[in-house]
Design a protein around this ligand. Structure first.
Ligand SMILES: Cc1cc2nc3c(=O)[nH]c(=O)nc-3n(C[C@H](O)[C@H](O)[C@H](O)COP(=O)(O)OP(=O)(O)OC[C@H]3O[C@@H](n4cnc5c(N)ncnc54)[C@H](O)[C@@H]3O)c2cc1C
Length: 350
């Protein structure tokens, strides 16, 4: 396995992890970012992409997705490579004081400093509890986007009644790529956060392009070759129906799991990493924790507090990456060096 050397590794591409990249960039510290989700934004994108946020300084209102887009634009000058869809699994100290990290996607990093911006944990899809389903995972059952071969010309069942399930089913119906699309949900009532989805689903059902089966899937049925061929579904009337299928897409929402970071030997307090409030250093040298994942007296889980934490943590990290350098306070308004780093030209330095 080849190892990626970096001055900083940021775990988590939520709002705080993204702003951490910006503050590290101003300190001339290059960073890589890893997030288990397929897109950046953390809770803002995974949980409330279209909801308005009113307490970001200088931005009277913006949605979770908009904030993420603005943060991505802000960090663009620093070209931090982003490794998405990968969970950081291990963190171990090397003899030279640096940190070795490995991910679920087979990546390995050697980092001088580590910034844990893991929020409330890694968001992982909620698993369907259906007897006999597990062996079919990643073959005919997909919790993440399914490969084309599992969709084209197939009988596809989407499990769930929240926005993610409705959107997946509607996308498939619209693409006309599947042989059939069936929504499987425990009731025929949907309560999407986006109310427009209700009408779209009703329309797709009325047109016959989408089928609905109401009930609780209990058991997976496989053929002699071990292929998933059907689900046994208990209906609200307590009868069992057989639902044939080629592919199952459970879309039951995401749940946060603190996951592997609880095993990294860092001091914790009630599932949060204990940090020093002047540097946001954890109990391990060179490892910082910022945003929702940390705990210190007076902690508030707010985005703007995470931005403050990321700023002070970057200053502290500069002392580790550049021990010879005098710590300098520079303003982005007036510093020609910061303008150079940001790739901007102003009358002050032209
Ligand atoms: C409905 C709702 C509304 C909110 N409204 C507001 C508001 O109006 N104002 C406000 O200030 N705050 C609000 N918040 C809180 C705000 O969203 C959080 O404070 C903020 O998202 C924390 O940012 P973060 O970057 O620390 O963590 P997160 O946004 O949780 O991001 C952490 C990221 O780390 C990733 N991760 C975790 N562990 C690993 C691992 N081992 N490997 C790889 N990746 C990992 C996760 O997948 C996630 O993407 C709201 C929260 C919710 C749920």
């Amino acid at each position: 396995m080849s190892v990626i050397d970096t001055q900083a590794l940021v775990i988590g591409a939520g709002p705080v992890g993204l702003f951490q990249v910006f503050q590290l960039g101003l300190q001339e510290i290059g960073a890589h970012v890893v997030d288990v989700l397929p897109e950046p934004g953390g809770q803002c994108v995974a949980l409330y992409p279209d909801k308005p946020i009113y307490d970001i300084p200088g931005l009277p209102v913006c949605t979770g997705r908009e904030l993420t887009e603005r943060l991505l634009a802000q960090i663009a000058p620093f070209r931090a490579p982003m490794h998405l869809g990968q969970q950081v699994h291990t963190l171990t100290r090397l003899d030279d004081g640096r940190w070795h990290l490995t991910t679920s996607g087979g990546l390995a990093f050697r980092a001088s400093t580590v910034f844990i911006a893991a929020g409330v944990g890694a968001f992982v899809p909620r698993k369907a509890t259906i007897d006999g389903l597990a062996p079919h995972e990643d073959r005919q059952v997909f919790y993440h986007p399914a490969p084309d071969a599992a969709l084209d010309g197939r009988h596809v069942v989407v499990l769930g009644g929240e926005d993610a399930a409705l959107l997946t089913a509607l996308d498939l119906v619209q693409s006309s790529r599947c042989n059939s699309v069936t929504l499987l949900h425990r009731t025929d009532k949907f309560k999407p956060e986006n109310p427009a989805l209700d009408a779209e689903v009703a329309q797709a059902l009325a047109s016959g392009r989408l089928q609905l089966v109401v009930g609780q899937p209990m058991e997976a049925e496989a053929d002699d070759e071990g292929h998933l061929v059907a689900l046994q579904v208990t209906t609200p009337g307590d009868t069992t129906v057989r639902l044939p299928l080629d592919t199952l897409l459970p879309r039951l929402g995401l749940s946060p799991r603190l996951g592997p970071l609880a095993d990294w030997g860092l001091a914790m307090e009630r599932k949060q990493l204990t940090v020093a409030p002047d540097t946001f250093a954890t109990s391990a040298p060179g490892v910082f924790a910022v945003g929702d994942v940390n705990s210190y007296p007076g902690k508030r889980k707010l985005i703007l507090c995470g931005f403050h934490e990321a700023t002070l943590a970057a200053f502290a990290a500069a002392g580790i990456v550049y021990p010879e350098r005098r710590s300098l306070m520079q303003y982005t308004t007036t510093s020609p060096r910061l303008h150079e780093l940001l790739g901007v030209t102003t009358p002050a330095n032209t």
